[in-house]
Design a protein. Sequence first.
Lengths: 342, 342
Amino acid sequence: MKKALIIEDSDDIREGIVEMLALAGYETYSAKNGKIGVELATKQLPDIILCDIMMPELDGYSVLYLLQKNALTATIPFIFMTAKAERADMRKGMEMGADDYLTKPFDDVELFNAIESRLKKRSKPTGFKTKGGDSVSLLESMRAKGKTRSFAGKQIIYVETDEPAHLYFVKKGQVKTYKRAKDGRELSSTLYKEGDFFGYESLCRAAAYSDNAATLCDSELILIAKSDFMDDLLNHQEIANTFLGMLSGSVQEKEEQMLRLAYFSVRKRVADALVKVAGKFGEPDSDSCTLRISRDDLAALVGTASETVSRMLADFKDEKLIEKNGNAIQILSIEKLKNVKQ
Amino acid sequence: MKKALIIEDSDDIREGIVEMLALAGYETYSAKNGKIGVELATKQLPDIILCDIMMPELDGYSVLYLLQKNALTATIPFIFMTAKAERADMRKGMEMGADDYLTKPFDDVELFNAIESRLKKRSKPTGFKTKGGDSVSLLESMRAKGKTRSFAGKQIIYVETDEPAHLYFVKKGQVKTYKRAKDGRELSSTLYKEGDFFGYESLCRAAAYSDNAATLCDSELILIAKSDFMDDLLNHQEIANTFLGMLSGSVQEKEEQMLRLAYFSVRKRVADALVKVAGKFGEPDSDSCTLRISRDDLAALVGTASETVSRMLADFKDEKLIEKNGNAIQILSIEKLKNVKQ
DNA sequence: CGGTATTTTGATCGGGATCAAATACGGTGG
DNA sequence: CCACCGTATTTGATCCCGATCAAAATACCG
C-alpha cells in the first residue's frame, strides 16, 4: 500500500483530501503545518507528498527545501497545492524542485491523476535481470557510445594496476580474466564470450584493476568510456540493476569456485572445468562437443599444473568420457563428466 | 557539457532558444517537428528535452508518449513549452509524465531556471563510497525500518536453499558466512562485524541463498525486510551505489582468496587468515592483539583440516610469531605474519 | 618437411589429509 | 576452591595426491 502525506493548514481541505485518498486505497498521513509535515515525512518516508504553500509555522517552500536537504526524503515526489495561481509563484515552486503544481480549486480527479502520474513516473521494474529482456536496449545504447576494436588471439587487454578507462563488451570472440601469483602461475577467474560485459568490477569500485584480461582467440570488443558507463549507471536505475545482478551472480560463482579449490580433487575440478568451458563456448547442442583450448588455459582454470591436466585428460580418455582430435578435446558425455566424484 | 534538445516548429522561437542555450554553455540539438525530435532524442540521448505541443508531423503529447516507451529516453527530463495556457492542457501534459510546463510567452530567465532545476533534481553523486559518508543516513533509514533480534553464539541465521526474506545488519557481535561441501567440510567466505551488512548478494540476485550464515559469538542483528530493502535499492541511487561498491569489493576479495587457495601453501594461508581475523576483530591497535577463535573456524577460513591449523600454530609459536594463552591466540607480530612466504 | 611450441609420459618427492591417541581447557556442581 | 567431565586441541604415524623436473613424443605452421 502506498503512503501519502498531506500537509495543509485548512482542516476542511486536508480532511477532504485524506478521505478521498483513503477511499482510493492509500495509507494517509496528514499534518496541519509545515513543521509537523517535515517530521512526519522524515519518520514515515511516504511515497508522495502533497503540500500547501501558505501555512503557519513553516511555509511550503521551506518544507520542500528541508526535505531536499535530506537524502532520504529528497527523491520523494512533491506536489504543491495552492491558491496562489500567479505565474511567478508557480515558477518559484517548480524551480525549487517540486514535481507538480496544482492550483486551487482542483477537483478530486485532477488531484488523483497528478498523484498517480508522479508515482508511475517513479515506479521501477521489480526484479533483476541478468540476461535478455532490457539488455537489448542497454546494448543498443552502449554500442552507440562505444568504439569497436579488434584484438588478435592471446593479446592482453589490460593488466593489474592499470587504471580502468573502459567498460568492455565482447562483440565477437573469447576473453578470459585471470590473476597471477608472484611465481607466475595463473588462475582464471572468468571466461567471457560474445554478448558479455567485463571490466565492470573495477569501474564500480573506482579503483585500479585487480586482475588481468586477455583474448583467447581473435576477437572484437566494444570499449565504452568510463564516463559514459558511469553516467548510465547513475541515471538509469535499470542499468544499475542489471550490473547489481551481474555482480551478485559473479560473487556466487566465485564462492563456489573457492569451495572447489579448497576441498575438491583435481580430477573433479578438471571435469568441472571441461563442463564449464563446454557450456560457455561449445554449441548448446546435444551431449557432445569439441573444445579447442590449450592445456595451460585449462590448468589456469582449474588451478593446477598443466602436466596434471594432461594426466587427467588421459584418464578421462581411457574412461571414454572424452576423445582427442589433435590437441582439441571432444567431449563424449557431459553428463558423465558432471557426475565425476569429488 | 550538457546536451539539450529543442523540439519546436516556429523557426524564430526555436532559434532564439538554441542561441540562448548555446551562450549558456549547452550543446544544443534542434528539431522542427516531433518526428525529427524523437529520432534525435533516441540517437543523442540528451540530458534535457524542451518540446512544443502543437506541431506538424507529430505533436508534443505523442513525442512524450514515444520517448517514455523507450527505456533509454524515458528518464530524460521533459519540459513542455506552449501557448496553450489553458489549465486542462497543462494538466494533460503533466499527467502524461512531463516534468515541467512553461506557457508562452516566457523569458530567457524562466526557461533557463526551469532547465537548471530539472537537471539539478537529477544530478547524482559522482563516485562510489563503500564506507562512511552517506552510510550514516542509510543506516538511519535501515534502523528505522528493521527489527532487532538477538542471537546466541554459534547460532545459525540462515542456510542454503532458504528463501531470502531479509537484509541483515550487524549491530553487535560477529557473524560468518560459509559454504559446506557434501562431505561436511566448511569454507568460510566472509566475516562480518559491528557495522556490516550481509545477505545482500542473494537479495540482489532474487534467488535462494547459496551460502549459510551463523554467529561466532552472542550478537544483535537488525533484520530489514526484503521489500523495504528493494524499495530503497530501486529508489535511491545512493543506496544502489553503496551496494554496487560493496559487491564489487566482495568480488575482488574472493578472487584473491581463490588465488591463495589454488597456489599458496597452507602455512601462508594460515598466516593470512590470522592477519585477516586480527584486522577484522582485533583492536586496531599496535602490532599485537589477542584473538579468541576456534581451530575449526580458523580451518574453515583457511580451507584445510583443523589438525593442520594446530600444527601451523605450533610452528608459528616456535618462531615467536604468536603466543598462546589457553585457547586464545596472541599475535606477537602482524608484520612478520604478513611476510610469511607462499 | 623441418623447426618450434605444445603436450604427454616418467620418476621422484613432499605437503597436507587422515585416523588414532593423548593432552589440555573450560564449565559445572559439590 | 577443587575435582570431574565432556569437548576442544595437540601430537603422532602413515599414506596418497599432485607438484616438480626431465625427457620424449606429438602437433602445428610456414
